[in-house]
Design a binder for this molecule. Structure first.
Ligand code: 7MF
Ligand code: ZN
Length: 875
């Protein structure tokens, strides 16, 4: 890329495709080193041919062209133009058949995009632009085609041959080979194509849809993993039922297949009727998977299943619309997880992710609206903004409309656009048309980047019994967007009396009160809401359930936060009041306040521990101090070591002060009964392990940790003990690590945890330990999960370890350069911590920048890495 810099693509340049591919017949002659792909397409002009012929443009990368024919006539060299990534036929007829034969080498595919091998099995990943590495094709989501696919391979090594749709033919061939033909009756874009060929165990089940149709469910895993499939299958059935009940959406094919593979760049992929999953989001049993793994698997299975409607039947017109399917689908899977587990816990976990990671992205050099205007490499736009902020934007529509009207909107969207490739604007319009509302100002959420700030002023007029809330909004500049127009921000609000009751709310101009909770709509830079008939000055409860993705500055005193911690009726806000109080205490200490435990925080902590009416999962959430990344987010100049040390000091002081209560909970929460993975049991384990984490650094705590490690019969308790021991460098932590390795080194997903816990250990010497882990015989730079466990855990989950010594920046740059030559997508993702160089002190800033400059000078870096590095240097 050093010769010609990668070019940006712009939304404003979108034009409809000139040709449609009505059908495609694909034949794969599968061999690891040489796979021959024969593609026969029926092509039809999508413009008026009377106005002159237009060229047909096919995308293709790293393909060897063997032959080409049009309507059965060979096309010679003069009949086409070929470049590194396109094949152009200059003057084709308006309707014709095109046959293209190409060869590829799956065994050399380390980027894991297109057709590649994982554990000796063939599999594919086509989103966003991987299909062009398989064959020449108009690889854009608005070209929707009917696919028929024949797979040919050795029967012995590849008894299982899968593709999208229905199996319509199969048979034996000469030389020990066999074939299977698949036909997918649905119209789909090329990014939803998939094939799998290998020797895999099939675990089968079935599901009866609401209209009585029988769907076969097939889960394919490596032999030996069949005992870890039960949870995934149960999750799939729950998701299928839930989408029928909540959205009225039923599955449409006869079979739903899921294949688990160990080498996968991301979490999972929603290919039509044939999902391919990172095995980490499929395989689970209590001995090997934590409670968090179980919950995540249920969520990811649901997410991919929900895409069948929000993504597959209705897809994106172009990749600028990515949040159309991802934001909506994340919103759907979060509603599902909330229904399956706990609404408040799910909301807290989602908001934590948003505040710690998405807010940072939205304030950094890669900030972009949920519908970007341009991109260089689309793979870099599978971001927290597209996914998590995208889901928040859909959630705001849900909050503004309410559940019934939202459902009317989604029904209209699904009906109106079934079988189409559409835009985020079509989604918003369906919501408007179904309900007769105007969301034109709301659309700014799709167009403007950055996290808005909402500041609150309050005034109580005792004589008039009037309470005035004045809200101001502003939004900082982001790359390419210096000025922002006001957003439409739903601020869900209640007013709490000093006794803790939510008061009836009557706004000025209303004749009677309408409930005790209202969605105030802030759509001007500044707005005042006047409440009448308020008998005494209340404490406002604002942005309930985090009703908008903004930074709220409520202007609360410490005492008011403590009041909210005890009296809020909104579970999310109650938790958040505690977070805000703890955040304040930590920031004051970092800024030089005397090193002592804040009395108010300690009292609040004690109250929560003493309140036995609370849900244990929520108690665990409330006891957790804000994560280091969130504290960093709230400081002007980030000092990662000071944040770490201070947070540790507060934790230790709380533990010391409340040791009895923590120990009592720890003992009382021991679960004597049979092991269960339900919300109640998970919540108790969560709280017990939160107590353990506080106790381990205290006198005698490491014995308790080691005892739990030895006694644990499940991965949740085992990992919690191991993390507590290793992250506190407690006595015998090495012994536990050694034992864990010997017990689990043959299970790659558990071994990932072993690597990750060490790479995230904050004590001095982290860099050296990480370097040793890279030399471990079980480290493999070609496996993305392993790379994320070691390098990812160190640079993204260990701020103190990573920022202690600038040598870590050099280390990361070296790793990125090396990774980039193998797998650019994974390399570009690892870059994130360096891109935020502006947030640090001068010496760190310069050291980080120097490494970015060094990466940019490396010849032939990928467009993925190029885009991230150049944007972060130029911002
Ligand atoms: C739940 O979105 C939430 C997000 C793209 C790959 C899966 O279905 C997907 C794919 C990336 C990042 C996050 C997720 C996915 C991808 C994901 C998975 C489960 N279409 Br990249
Ligand atoms: Zn998705």
């Amino acid at each position: 890329m050093s010769e010609s810099q990668p070019q940006a693509i712009y939304l404003k340049d979108y034009t409809p495709p000139d040709y449609r591919i009505e059908t495609i017949n694909l034949r794969f002659d599968l061999n690891p080193e040489v796979t021959t792909v024969t593609s026969r397409m029926e092509v039809r002009a999508n413009y008026d041919p009377a106005e002159g012929r237009r060229p047909l443009l096919l995308n293709g990368q790293e393909l060897e062209l063997v032959s080409m024919s049009m309507d059965h006539d060979p096309v010679g060299d003069e009949g086409y133009e070929i470049s590194d990534d396109t094949l152009v036929i200059p003057h084709p007829p308006a309707h014709f058949h095109l046959e293209v034969v190409t060869r590829i080498d799956p065994s050399a595919n380390t980027a894991l995009e297109g057709l590649y091998l994982s554990g000796g099995n063939f599999c594919t990943q086509c989103e966003a632009e991987g299909f062009r590495k398989i064959t020449y094709f108009p690889d854009r989501p608005d070209v929707m085609t009917r696919f028929t696919t024949t797979l040919i391979a050795d029967r012995k090594d590849y008894p299982v041959l899968l593709s999208n749709g229905d199996r319509i033919d199969s048979g034996e061939l000469a030389g020990g080979r066999h074939y299977v033909t698949w036909h997918d009756p649905s119209l789909k874009p090329s990014y939803l194509f998939a094939l799998v060929a290998g020797d895999l165990a099939c675990v089968a089940d079935c599901f009866t849809t609401m209209s009585g149709k029988e769907v076969k469910l097939e889960l394919y895993v490596q032999y030996g993993n069949e005992d870890k499939t039960g949870h995934a299958i149960r999750s799939l059935k729950k998701a299928m039922r839930w989408d029928e009940e909540v959205y009225g959406r039923e599955y449409d094919l006869n079979t739903y297949m899921i294949v688990a593979v160990d080498d996968f760049n991301m979490g999972a992929m929603e290919n039509k009727g044939l999902n391919i999953f990172n095995s980490r989001f499929v395989l689970a049993k209590p001995e090997t998977a934590t409670d968090m793994d179980f919950v995540n698997i249920e969520g990811v299975i649901a997410h991919e299943y929900f895409h069948n409607w929000s993504g597959n039947r209705i897809t994106c017109r172009d990749w600028f619309q990515l949040s159309l399917k991802e934001g909506f689908t994340v919103f759907r899977d979060s509603q599902f997880t909330a229904d399956m587990t706990s609404l408040a816990v799910k909301r807290i976990d989602d908001v934590s992710l948003l505040r710690t990671r998405q807010f940072a992205e939205d304030a950094g050099p890669m900030a972009h609206p949920i519908r970007p205007d341009s991109y260089v490499e689309i793979n870099n736009f599978y971001t927290l903004t597209i996914y998590e902020k995208g889901a928040e934007v859909v959630r705001m529509i849900h909050t503004l409309l309410g559940p019934e009207r939202f459902r009317k909107g989604s029904d209209l969207y699904f009906e109106r656009h079934d079988g189409q490739a559409v835009t985020t604007d079509d989604f918003v319009r369906a919501m408007e048309d179904a309900n007769g509302v105007d969301l034109s100002q709301f659309r700014r959420w799709y167009e403007q980047a950055g996290t808005p700030k909402v500041e609150v002023e309050r005034a109580y007029d005792a004589a008039a019994k009037q309470y005035r809330l004045t809200l101001h909004q502003s939004c900082p500049p982001t790359p390419g967007q210096l000025q922002k127009a006001p957003f439409e921000i739903p601020v869900k609000t209640a007013l709490l009396s000093r006794e803790g009751a939510a008061l009836p709310l009557r706004l000025a101009g209303e004749s009677q009160a309408g409930g005790s909770e209202r969605v105030l709509v802030l759509n001007e830079p500044e707005q005042t809401f006047i409440f009448e008939g308020i008998p005494a000055e209340p404490v406002p409860s604002l942005l309930r359930a985090f009703s908008a993705p903004v930074k709220l500055e409520g202007g609360y005193s410490d005492e008011e936060l403590a009041f909210l911690m005890g009296n809020e009726t909104d579970d999310f806000n109650r938790w958040d009041a505690g977070q805000q109080l703890a955040l304040r205490v930590i920031v004051r200490l970092i800024e030089g306040a005397p090193r002592e435990l804040d009395r108010g925080l300690s009292a609040a902590f004690g109250k929560i521990l003493a309140d036995d009416r609370l849900d244990p999962a929520l108690v665990a959430e409330a006891l957790a101090l804000p994560p280091e990344e969130y504290i960093a987010e709230c400081m002007d100049e980030v000092d990662p070591l000071a944040i770490h040390e201070t947070r540790r000091f507060v934790r230790a002081a709380l533990a010391e002060t409340h040791r009895e209560a923590l120990a009592a909970h720890y003992t009382a929460l021991a679960d004597p009964g049979p092991y269960r993975v339900d919300a109640g049991a998970m919540g108790r384990r969560r709280l017990r392990n939160a107590c353990l984490a506080y106790l381990v650094p205290l006198e005698g705590g490491s014995e308790r940790g080691f005892a739990q490690y030895e006694a644990a019969g499940n991965m949740t308790d085992s990992m919690a003990a191991l993390v507590a021991l290793v992250h506190n460098a407690a006595p015998r932590h090495d012994e536990a690590l050694q034992h864990f390795y010997e017990r689990w080194h043959e299970d790659p997903l558990v071994l990932d945890k072993w690597f990750a816990v060490q790479a995230a250990a904050p004590a001095p010497g982290a860099l050296e330990r990480v370097k040793q882990l890279l030399d471990h015989p079980d480290f493999n730079i070609r496996n993305p999960n392993r790379v994320r466990s070691v390098i990812g855990s160190f640079v993204m989950r260990n701020p103190a370890g990573f920022h202690r010594d600038p040598a870590a920046y050099t280390f990361l740059a070296d790793q990125i350069v090396n990774l980039d030559s193998l797998n650019p997508q994974v390399a570009a993702r690892m870059l994130d911590p360096l891109t935020h160089w502006k947030r640090y002190d001068e010496s760190r800033r310069n050291a980080m920048k120097e490494q970015l400059v060094r990466i940019l000078r490396v010849p032939r870096i990928s467009s993925d890495v190029y885009e991230v590095v150049s944007k972060s240097l130029n911002a």
